[in-house]
Design a protein around this ligand. Structure first.
Ligand SMILES: Nc1ncnc2c1ncn2[C@@H]1O[C@H](COP(=O)(O)OP(=O)(O)OP(=O)(O)O)[C@@H](O)[C@H]1O
Ligand SMILES: [Mg+2]
Length: 233
């Protein structure tokens, strides 16, 4: 569904993605793994065209995304939840969700607030609370829920488990599995294997902006040396 091929990306003169190629299969949960500074966020931004690749292609559902403005990329059905959760702190949960609303999209679930409250029960309880009254984990859930209001076919989650309480991480696992059941394709980034092991079908490991390993979690279990070389413990 998504294919990166020979992607190079720079911040000024610093090259951060280096001939990066990998694929994400439709309907799967793929974990993009790599240590601090490996290039995970830059990869996600390069897919969304928030960082423009100097070379290479990003093919999504038969179109090359490179050079398209980010809002056009989003309109094709890619939803992006950045590392830093940006909710509107002065707006209520309901109002935050409304901000994300987009028209229905072919081949994607059309989310309603009620469906999202079923998926995120703790948001339901707090629907009239303002963003600033929510915990970090709840804000992360709200950011995902707001992105789902755009009815994406493909969801990018940058380090969804980072800095949130274990009980919320468990809910996040349940949510991602449910999204897969609903037919969404998910690419999420993580620094370590723990969260990926609970949700992912496939892993892509990067280091220095280059793909070092791609395969199933089961295959990776046969290669502890790869895990030790490229992942945080
Ligand atoms: N805006 C920027 N300007 C210059 N260099 C940057 C910028 N953003 C990231 N970098 C550098 O690019 C490299 C890759 O960063 P990136 O944020 O993509 O890594 P990451 O895998 O997401 O790391 P983390 O796990 O810490 O989130 C790092 O060396 C980082 O210092
Ligand atoms: Mg990052």
């Amino acid at each position: 569904m998504l294919d990166l091929s020979g992607v190079n990306a720079f911040y000024g003169k610093a090259q951060v993605l280096n001939d990066l190629s990998f694929s994400v299969a439709a309907g799967q949960v793929t974990a993009l793994l790599g240590r601090n500074g490996a290039g995970k966020t830059t990869t996600m931004k390069s897919i969304m065209q928030l960082v423009v690749a100097a070379q290479g292609q990003v093919q999504f559902a038969g179109q090359n995304l490179v050079g398209k403005p980010p809002h056009r990329v989003a309109k094709l059905g890619l939803g992006y939840v950045p590392e830093e959760r940006r909710i509107f702190t002065d707006l209520t949960v309901l109002e935050n969700l409304e901000v994300g609303r987009q028209p229905p999209r072919d081949g994607a679930v059309t989310w309603t607030q009620d469906m999202l409250f079923e998926l995120f029960p703790n948001l339901a309880e707090r629907r009239s609370n303002r963003g600033r009254e929510m915990s970090g984990g709840e804000q992360q859930m709200l950011t995902i829920a707001r992105t789902l209001m755009g009815n994406p076919r493909f969801l990018l989650l940058d380090e969804p488990s980072e800095g949130i309480a274990p009980v919320i991480v468990e809910q996040m696992v349940r949510v991602i599995k449910q999204l897969k059941t609903e037919g969404l394709t998910v690419l999420l980034s993580e620094q370590n294997l723990h969260f990926a092991q609970a949700v992912a079908d496939t892993v892509v490991i990067i280091e220095g902006g280059t793909e070092k390993y791609a395969g199933t979690l089961t295959d990776l279990a046969q290669h502890p040396e790869i895990r030790d070389a490229y992942l945080a413990v």
